[in-house]
Ligand binder design. Structure first.
Ligand code: PGA
Length: 236
């Protein structure tokens, strides 16, 4: 499978989001935070400032957020700073699991997720669905694995300040999205991506459940010796 540079990967994902909004102006988007999508948000912000994307009908749903942290460490703040503030998205179309009692119902009322962008944790988590999360999970409160807390500690200064709990879309929530793009950058994610998409489907590696999803694309900035989804077999 051909690989892209990080910039190309981000531009490709940003194009997918912009294209989705163009095709369906009131699209519901599931949006990640973390290091991986920062370049995507840079592209989207720039194109939005240039008036090339109209977010006025789009709905954005944060995949997850921390519980028990200061405002500037929340994913709501991250999305506001890195994306929303550069767009014309309406305040009432910015959704976060911490701001509602029933996120899944809200998502359904808005028409369901059209496109969800995912990163992948070093332990195979998607959103804050840590290994062992049941496949039938809807939005829920969860304890964060130590490896997740360590990976996210830069913005907190020290590990002790990283929250221990989060609210996250569940695996069932994510798997209901009509289209999913999992993006991964950096060779350090190669083995977990290979295990998730070449290995068995198991809740011990939550991203592997995406193998069962009818429309998931895996895009990386490192080379893999397979494509997901597999290339269509040549016609004979
Ligand atoms: P990262 O996180 O983008 O900061 O590597 C990905 C994730 O934990 O889902």
């Amino acid at each position: 499978m051909s690989s892209y540079s990080y910039e190309e990967l981000c531009e490709r994902v940003a194009n997918a989001i912009a294209g989705q909004i163009k095709i369906k102006s009131d699209s519901c988007l599931g949006l990640p935070t973390g290091h991986t999508p920062l370049g995507v948000y840079r592209y989207l912000s720039e194109w939005s400032r240039q008036g090339r994307i109209d977010w006025s009908k789009a709905r954005c749903f944060a995949l997850d957020d921390y519980l028990g942290t200061s405002e500037e460490n929340t994913f709501h703040y991250y999305l506001e700073k890195n994306l929303y503030s550069h767009t014309n998205i309406r305040p009432e179309h910015k959704f976060n699991p911490c701001h509602t009692d029933d996120y899944d119902r809200l998502i359904a009322e808005q028409g369901g997720l059209d496109l969800t962008i995912l990163g992948i944790g070093g332990n195979g988590h998607i959103a804050f669905n840590e290994p062992g999360t049941i496949a039938a999970s809807w939005t829920h409160c969860t304890f964060l694995n130590q490896s997740t807390r360590v990976a996210n500690q830069d913005s907190f200064g020290e590990l002790a300040h990283v929250p221990t709990r989060g609210l996250t879309m569940g695996l069932a929530t994510i798997l209901q999205s009509r289209w999913i793009i999992l993006m991964a950058n950096g060779e350090k994610k190669k083995t977990i991506v290979e295990n998730a998409f070449r290995g068995p489907v198991t809740t011990d590696l939550p991203a592997s459940l995406l193998q069962k999803h009818p429309r998931t694309d895996v895009w990386t900035d490192f080379s893999l010796d397979f494509s997901f989804p597999a290339e269509s077999p040549a016609l004979v």
